[in-house]
Design a protein around this ligand. Structure first.
Ligand code: SF4
Ligand code: SF4
Length: 331
């Protein structure tokens, strides 16, 4: 299958993340799945006229476009012209290239939250009028419009994340190459369910602290980051704590709160990322699937039952109180 990758309004972090694909590396993985990279702006040698010639042949259908990957938000400004971002070497706005190529693509993938929903690029006053391929924040539409379907009959596949995990990209591409994707494989925001049916909370090493609402006060503390430090892991759709990054890490493992970067509008939560807004001591953003009354009742019970070990360790940057050694009495 032929893959073409274009970069629009983003930081390039999703490509950088992709290069971290391991066991095996990126090119072995793609090659093993029968995926040929026609061109990638950072990874390919071809440039200038060679690339324009390739794009022309893709546009006419002479070269098949099986997989179109777009990284970065689509910049529609000023006034809908797209002139803020012209494809280098052409006078043509990137949004026009993307529209024309998307019409040829068998599968169209938004790589990263910028391309999916607008992401960081669309934050603030959004002077470039940035949007995602088929979403603008939580609203459907974006550059290509709600009715867009690729040649395979699918909407844009939103491999969201800021950056997106390399495996989310390679596994989505491999799944397509192996037997194709269907709309059943995508969630309500068109993210691959392979990773979006999980929560960041799953597998977080701070779960024991979460259960007792034994909370960290500063980022270096061992406790749960939800109550005071803005962690949205109980609402964030991603498998970061079971799949891990670079084989061993995640935001919460590194002491930083999950900011829900796979979701539309994560870039503007309405409060500082590392703070938890609360009302009468109760966090406003409650865990997914949990009614408020239950949360209030359970957390006050849990706090009352918090073991001394967890209470002390939660606000320490190392294990201050080790677990008690106790015979199991099973023999
Ligand atoms: S999604 Fe995040 S990492 Fe990827 S291009 Fe946008 S800002 Fe950069
Ligand atoms: S730090 Fe976040 S992800 Fe980890 S247990 Fe607490 S709420 Fe869940």
């Amino acid at each position: 299958m032929n893959l073409l990758w274009l970069q629009s309004g983003g930081c390039g972090g999703c490509t950088l993340s992709l290069l971290g694909a391991e066991a095996p590396g990126l090119f072995e993985t793609l090659g093993g799945a029968g995926i040929r990279v026609l061109w990638h702006p950072s990874l390919s040698e071809a440039s200038g006229g060679e690339v324009l010639d390739l794009l022309a042949r893709v546009e006419t259908g002479e070269v098949a476009l099986d997989l179109l990957c777009i990284e970065g938000a689509l910049l529609r400004g000023p006034n809908g012209t797209g002139a803020f971002h012209r494809f280098a070497g052409t006078r043509t706005p990137m949004i026009d290239w993307v529209r024309r190529l998307a019409a040829r693509a068998h599968y169209c993938l938004a790589i990263g939250t910028c391309a999916a929903f607008g992401g960081v690029t669309a934050g603030g006053s959004n002077p470039t009028d940035a949007c995602g391929l088929q979403f603008e924040g939580t609203y459907r539409g974006g550059l290509l419009g709600t009715d867009y379907r690729s040649g395979a009959g699918l909407p844009v596949i939103n491999v969201a994340g800021c950056p997106t995990h390399p495996d989310w990209v390679t596994e989505t591409l491999m799944a397509i190459a192996l037997e194709g994707l269907t709309t059943q494989d995508l969630d309500a925001y068109a993210r691959p369910r392979m990773y979006a049916d999980q929560l960041v909370h799953h597998g977080c090493p701070r779960n024991e602290f979460y259960e007792y609402k034994a909370s960290a006060r500063t980022p270096s503390d061992l406790g749960c980051l939800m109550e005071h430090l803005g962690c949205l892991g109980t609402q964030a759709h991603a498998d970061c704590n079971t799949r891990l990054w670079n084989g061993s890490g995640s935001c919460t493992r590194g002491g930083y709160a999950c900011i829900n970067c796979t979701s539309p509008e994560f870039e503007e939560p309405g409060h500082a990322f590392a703070e938890t807004p609360s009302l009468a001591g109760i966090p406003i953003g409650l865990p997914t699937d949990m009614p408020k009354a239950w949360f209030v009742a359970l957390s006050s019970l849990a706090k009352a039952a918090t073991p001394e070990r967890l209470r002390k360790n939660a606000v320490s940057d190392h294990v201050a109180v080790p677990p008690t050694i106790r015979p199991t009495k099973l023999r």
